[in-house]
Design a protein. Structure first.
Length: 57
């Protein structure tokens, strides 16, 4: 999995209402060390980034 595909996966997982999908998204964020800026550029909503703030560099 590339960093770009991880960003795309996180974007699609965060949009899902399921708790398990969000937990998997958090795993990818920490595994790849994704930044808030990268997530924002990938299209993740600001509210979601703010909710994950403690896990994002």
């Amino acid at each position: 999995m590339t960093r770009e595909s991880a960003l795309n996966e996180v974007f699609s997982m965060i949009k899902k209402p399921q708790r398990q999908a969000k937990a998997q998204a958090l795993d990818l964020i920490t595994l790849f060390g994704l930044s808030a800026e990268e997530l924002c550029e990938a299209g993740v909503a600001y509210e979601n980034i703010k909710a994950l703030e403690s896990l994002i560099d």
